[in-house]
Design a protein around this ligand. Sequence first.
Ligand code: FAD
Length: 348
Amino acid sequence: MKQVDYIIVGCGLASIAFCEQLRTNNITFIVFDDGSQQSSIVAAGLYNPVILKRFSEVWKAKEQLDIALPVYNRIEQDLNIKIDYKLRILRRFSSIEEQNLWFNATDKPKLEPFLSTELVKNNNDALDAPFGFGEVLHAGRLDTNALIDAYKDYLKQIKSLEESSFIYEKLQVLPHSLIYDDIETQQIVFAEGFGVKKNPYFNQIPLNGTKGEVLIIKAPKLNIDYGVKSSVFIIPIENDLYAVGATYNWADKTNQPTEEGKQELISKLKTFLRCDFEVVQHLAGIRPTVKDRRPLVGRHPEHQNLYVLNGLGTRGVMIAPYVAEKLYQFVENDKPLDSEINIKRFTY
Ligand SMILES: Cc1cc2nc3c(=O)[nH]c(=O)nc-3n(C[C@H](O)[C@H](O)[C@H](O)COP(=O)(O)OP(=O)(O)OC[C@H]3O[C@@H](n4cnc5c(N)ncnc54)[C@H](O)[C@@H]3O)c2cc1C
């Protein structure tokens, strides 16, 4: 029988952030992943402390960034990869009224560190932006694909990755340990994203799931090294490639890209992109969203050593390391979870 301290189910942003807590505290673990969910892989990877629709602060933006960036930067060093790209993000204004709303927002103490007070004029013929842009500070893009690939390679090297489905029925919950096949463990953290719907221990948590589609376009004449947010985002990747996203669909819960999603993105893009482009890739995934827009973290009501780390919603990059740390402190050091993120806030 193999002995490990933890089993983690899932290898997306939530899981990796929790693995980092374990790895840096010399705690042993095995990760299961079957590739059934795509959210972390297709994510554009943007981290941005401001809600750009309403010019308001993302929940606990500063606390999240203060925890998240050092975690990603340590992974970069330890795995010898580059994943964190600082990125200017320009919010395109559609009217003078929007410009005014922006400048009003720059006066709010919580937003002030994140919003530039200078109006950025458009000097790029490929973009239509007669009212200019506002610049978001302290934003960036995490290359989630590179992170997940490199992290899985690392886990394989240390023989801690099982590339298969975790079959819930095979789990034996004993009074003082958990047995799964030939593995004996003390704790299990379920971090399956929308896949939690199939988990009999936690499928009652109120996770909605919002499908998102994204296009990768090639636009040689666009030539920008900053991200633009208008009705959709354009995010530079490399070699004239840009991510364009994203859609929000609450009805369809499949990972398949749709023609409808593609056309929606193209028509929104064409409202402000003036140069030719070619769609080279089309991706989709289900964001693990929650009605009250807070994560779902906590302990199973009956089985003391089963935990859930989920509900990262539309902003998994910033929030994952923050909630992973909270869960780690809860399990290992008995630090209570904030009621705002604890699954106990719901009766289900
Ligand atoms: C189109 C799109 C664009 C996005 N853009 C951004 C963005 O720019 N910035 C941002 O911060 N966030 C973005 N997001 C949101 C972000 O992707 C999510 O918040 C985050 O990825 C969720 O991570 P997770 O680890 O909880 O879930 P997931 O990424 O879904 O990972 C869960 C993992 O568990 C595995 N799994 C599930 N069930 C099982 C099982 N039984 N056995 C084994 N493995 C299992 C799955 O295969 C998967 O690998 C975007 C999402 C989408 C869809």
